[in-house]
Ligand binder design. Structure first.
Ligand SMILES: [Zn+2]
Length: 198
């Protein structure tokens, strides 16, 4: 298993595992954080004190995802440069990530197909949850343009990627018996760069 990919996945699927590199060992900067706060907000608070260029968790995660995708490209066989990266390559990347997934997605033959809380284990495969992939693509899409990529050439904004994510959402929604629509309405708008209508 690729340790780099593993690291990225754990950070993108479990946000609370994230650590800020500018965090100082000096605990005095923690004084101002409210009691009972999670470790992540404490880390963010200490980062705000110790670092002049404070980045949000989203920005940090985006930078890490971008570095990891660069690593993926460098390890790609045959060699693949960012400028030649297409939507098809992004799909290849997303499918590759599935092997590290932690979300049980039932097949149609499974008796628990459509059950949100199955009462027993089953041999169905583990996948990346749609929400993780969707958020990851959003960050990579923004990072691509921030790193000089042209919007019209953005492989993360390709139609094929959009369709693939929709397909994953619909199939996981059915297989897991979960409606993503409710969650989606509650969630604040995640990225300023909204997807264009299909
Ligand atoms: Zn199953």
């Amino acid at each position: 298993m690729d340790p780099i990919t593993q690291e990225m996945l754990s950070s993108s699927t479990e946000m609370n595992s994230f650590t800020i590199t500018t965090n100082t060992p000096n605990s005095s900067s923690m004084m101002g954080s409210p009691s009972g706060s999670s470790s992540s907000s404490a880390a963010a608070a200490s980062s705000a004190v110790s670092s002049p260029t404070t980045l949000s968790r989203y920005e940090n995660q985006k930078r890490r995802d971008w570095n990891t995708f660069g690593q993926y490209l460098r390890n790609h066989r045959p060699p693949l440069s960012l400028s030649r990266c297409s939507g098809a390559h992004v799909l290849e990347f997303l499918r590759y990530l599935d092997q590290f997934g932690k979300t049980k997605v039932h097949t149609q033959l499974c008796p628990f197909f459509g059950h949100p809380n199955p009462p027993a284990p089953c041999p169905c495969p583990l996948r990346q949850a749609w929400g993780s992939l969707d958020a990851l693509i959003g960050r990579l899409r923004a990072a691509y343009e921030e790193n000089g990529g042209k919007p019209e050439a953005n492989p993360f904004g390709a139609r094929a990627v959009r369709l693939y994510l929709r397909e994953v959402r619909d199939s996981q929604s059915k297989a897991r018996g979960i409606s993503y629509e409710k969650k989606k309405r509650k969630r604040p708008p995640p990225q300023p760069a909204a997807l264009p209508p299909p």
